[in-house]
Design a protein around this ligand. Structure first.
Ligand code: GLN
Length: 542
């Protein structure tokens, strides 16, 4: 028999932010642990073509895949849990669906028909879902539908799910994530919102197979029975999802509730003869939860009020911390407020500093003041993207004596644009088209800190930026003691800079955080963690 991919849909009801992404990733982990190949896809009902143009305050971080897609941050969870790369096909928005429908209409592909939401938009949604299944490489495609059931925006997606279930019930399964609130005045868990939310789905023709119920208190049998009866699902398919200590506990909680068994049983797959192998996951959790040391590392950035804006960086610290059995505690430092006069006070108690990526000039001078301070005081430093660019500017101004050195992004008039636009980028005017996005190879010079960290002379890392190190100044930087230890062999761009005179000072033009996973903590984060521990122990590094 030909390989048949099974499709699992995850919808959300009652409220947003219930953690559909984590439930989808946890189920995928359990299926992967049984030897199945799984991928997860997110369908976002907003009209932007991708989240690349969104302010991080809207939806948090923009996650970048190897193929250069700018995607929803949930794809970061998928990669961190599964250790399998995602791509553009894993994140579709309403904007992208309509763009492709309208392109087809302009090309005359609808043969004179009136183009409508049903069937043309829904067909396009179904096509985007099946693209992953039809690769033939996945046993399961888990599709997370963004938004909350009942939203106008998500109607075509639910209709697409209905049609796919109708076409082949045995290959499709719907998991609905809801909330069972606890009313403290009544001392009771309330099932009504869940009932209403399932009715909402039923109105659209979709009967959920499994209900995953977020709750702050355990669901007793009578509650589960009641939900099952009123929502028309099997009792074993009412899954309790208690608030977890960490997101990395969720696969184990779901396993305890037998979510994977129920999914496999309903999809007519063997579930009795296999058990998920979570040995490595459990090893990670044990180390993550029982650190022997603790050290504070500052993240200096401009979106510090919203931890989701730096989601992958925070998770990178979590993975690295588990690796070196240390709790890497983040201290958020708002770059807007930093000056040379107050930076020492703001970094009090910190043993390492990460200067975050970003766009625009807000907070730039604060970042530069921070870098001057950590450079002069031998505090371990990692600069990512804009953080690396700021390190270059700081060095040019304060070591090379180029007082007005700047990035062309911030100051078009500067006499010393040490960060500028690449020739090939200068002509491009289309907003989304001007960035260097996705994976690029980089050659690392032996005998450098970068080589110590990566133990490799060629690496591949993901990018998301418009501006670059200006090679016209390269020799001047080298003459003053900066080492350009990572070079993109294709276009000769500087990707990594470091200062051998400092115990741990490294800036990278790419985003290492996108590639850190539970199974493969990123070496740069591990190295920063180690350097911070050593700094804390010695008072400073030697
Ligand atoms: N704004 C800078 C650029 O476009 C840095 C981008 C970033 O930090 N991701 O080059």
């Amino acid at each position: 028999m030909a390989h048949q991919t099974k499709y699992i849909f995850v919808t959300g009801g009652v409220t947003s932010s219930l953690g559909k992404g984590i439930i989808a990733a946890s189920l995928a982990k359990l299926l992967q642990g049984r030897g199945h190949s799984v991928t997860i896809q997110k369908l976002d009902p907003y009209i932007n073509i991708d989240p690349g143009t969104l302010n991080p305050y809207e939806h948090g971080e923009c996650y970048v895949t190897d193929d250069g897609a700018e995607t929803d941050l949930d794809l970061g969870h998928y990669e961190r849990f599964l250790n399998v790369p995602t791509s553009q096909a894993n994140n579709i928005t309403t904007g992208r669906i309509y763009q492709s429908v309208i392109n087809k209409e302009r090309k005359g592909e609808y043969l004179g028909k009136t183009v409508q939401v049903i069937p043309h938009v829904t067909d396009e949604i179904i096509r985007s879902i099946k693209i992953l299944g039809e690769k033939g490489t996945y046993d399961f495609v888990i599709t997370e539908i963004g938004g909350t059931v009942g939203d106008i925006e998500s109607l075509p997606y639910i209709e697409a799910v209905r049609q796919m279930c109708w076409e082949s019930k045995i290959d499709c399964l719907v998991i609905h994530l809801t909330l069972i609130p606890y009313l403290s005045a009544a001392g009771e868990l309330k099932t009504k919102p869940t009932q209403h939310s399932v009715k909402e789905l039923l109105k659209l023709g979709v009967q959920p197979d499994i209900l995953v119920c977020r709750t702050e208190h355990p669901l007793n049998d009578s509650i589960k029975k009641k939900v099952a009866l009123f929502c028309n699902v099997a009792e074993e398919a009412v899954i309790e999802s208690m608030d977890a200590e960490t997101i990395y506990d969720v696969p184990l909680l779901m396993q305890k509730e037998r979510l994977d068994d129920v999914v496999l049983k309903k999809l007519n797959c063997d579930y009795l003869n296999t058990k998920p192998d979570l040995t490595n996951w459990n090893k990670f959790l044990k180390r993550y939860k029982n650190p022997s040391h603790e050290v504070r590392i500052a993240i200096v950035g401009k979106y510090t009020e919203l931890a989701d804006a730096y989601k992958s960086i925070v998770e990178g610290f979590n993975h690295a911390g588990a690796e070196i059995e240390a709790k890497l505690k983040v201290k958020w430092v708002q770059s807007d407020d930093l000056t040379e006069a107050n930076v020492e006070r703001n970094l009090n108690g910190v043993s390492g500093v990460l200067v975050a990526p970003g766009f625009g000039d807000r907070g730039i001078e604060g970042k530069i003041a921070t870098i001057k301070y950590v450079r002069e005081n031998n505090i371990p430093f990692l600069g990512i993207c804009l953080g690396m660019q700021c390190a270059v500017i700081e060095f040019a101004r304060n070591v090379m004596g180029l007082e007005d050195a700047h990035s062309l992004e911030m100051n078009k008039e500067t006499k010393h644009p040490v960060i500028n636009l690449m020739e090939s980028q200068k002509e491009v005017t289309n907003y989304g088209g001007t960035m260097r996005l996705g994976a690029y190879d980089c050659n690392i010079e032996k005998g450098t800190l970068a080589y110590d960290i990566y133990q490799n002379t060629t690496i591949s890392e993901r990018h998301r930026h418009r501006f670059e190190f200006n090679n016209e100044y390269k020799q001047q930087f080298i003459d003053n003691g900066m080492v350009c230890s990572g070079i993109n062999s294709e276009n000769n761009l500087v990707e990594i800079v470091e200062l051998p005179s400092h115990p741990f000072f490294i800036g990278v033009q790419f985003h290492p955080e996108y590639k850190s996973t539970v199974a493969n903590p990123h070496p740069l984060f591990v190295a920063l963690g180690k350097a911070a521990l050593a700094y804390k122990k010695e008072g400073q590094l030697v």
